[in-house]
Design a protein. Structure first.
Length: 277
């Protein structure tokens, strides 16, 4: 059983090659313990009991916006190749394309390049089976905190003039997501099996979005992001040691925690006939 998010994340960071990046991540992630606890508590609350399904719809819609990164990663990759298209000087074009190639490997599964199933379809199945219908897709269920999180993340990756900020934000997202899916899998499994009474086939299909990201998938995505960063700094002849990840890590986790705290606060349990009488 996974103890907490950091217990999944830290061993992966410790397995990195020695670099300023590794030292910063190992220093800054534990500093966000309070935000990790908030996130963990939100998933514990979600999976503790059977909730009113209408109250699950805001949770799944807003949660999806904190995980939906394939378009952002693809957009960042597009910005990198735009340097060549616009004839912007690049000290080492070969290294730039190596960076793009590594970055693109993050979204192979998401975009069904491998696996042949869009991961957005897997999330749709999970959320729809859990909520009872696909009304959770309505934008009325998008909490402002989730909108703010996605805006911040897209701002870093798609609008910040410094492309390395986008690459570092992607790296932080990938290692966090590795921790999240590993943490929630046993909780969702018990919840859907015991409280919802899903049979084995329904359970398998409902959990597919989580299970496909567990094990090596998100861990590999993180290391692809690390490679993308390392190739990019060589391509553009910049010093990675000049970049401080403290703000990116703190912003990511504080904004993510704000989303999860807000959307879990509105969850309501299913009322029995006696309670409704």
């Amino acid at each position: 059983m996974v103890k907490n998010l950091l217990s999944v994340i830290i061993p992966v960071l410790e397995g990195m090659e020695e670099s300023p990046l590794k030292h910063q991540l190992l220093a800054y992630f534990p500093q966000q313990a309070e935000h990790f606890t908030t996130i963990e508590d939100s998933f514990v609350k979600l999976t503790a009991i059977l909730h009113d399904r209408d109250h699950l719809k805001p949770f799944f819609h807003s949660w999806s916006q904190t995980n939906n990164s394939a378009v952002t990663v693809a957009g960042l990759s597009n910005r990198m190749t735009m340097l060549i298209h616009k004839n912007i000087p690049v000290p080492d074009e070969a290294q730039l394309f190596r960076s793009v190639a590594s970055l693109n490997r993050i979204v192979d599964e998401d975009l069904a390049v491998v696996g042949k199933v869009l991961h957005s379809d897997l999330f749709y199945t999970m959320a729809t089976n859990t909520c009872g219908d696909d009304g959770w897709l309505l934008r009325q269920y998008l909490d402002p905190s989730a909108r703010a999180f996605k805006y911040w993340k897209d701002q870093n990756s798609l609008r910040n003039k410094d492309l390395l900020v986008g690459l570092l934000t992607t790296l932080v997202h990938e290692i966090y997501t590795h921790g999240e899916v590993e943490f929630i899998l046993p909780k969702f499994t018990r919840w859907l099996e015991d409280d919802f009474g899903f049979d084995k086939d329904t359970l398998k299909h409902t959990l597919a979005w989580i299970t496909v990201h567990c094990g090596p998938t998100e861990k590999n995505h993180f290391f692809y992001a690390v490679n993308a960063v390392n190739y990019y700094v060589k391509a553009m002849d910049v010093n990675l040691a000049d970049y401080d990840l403290r703000e990116i890590v703190a912003d990511y986790l504080s904004k993510k925690a704000a989303v999860m705290e807000t959307i879990s606060a509105s969850l309501e349990p299913v009322m029995s006939d006696e309670e409704m009488a």
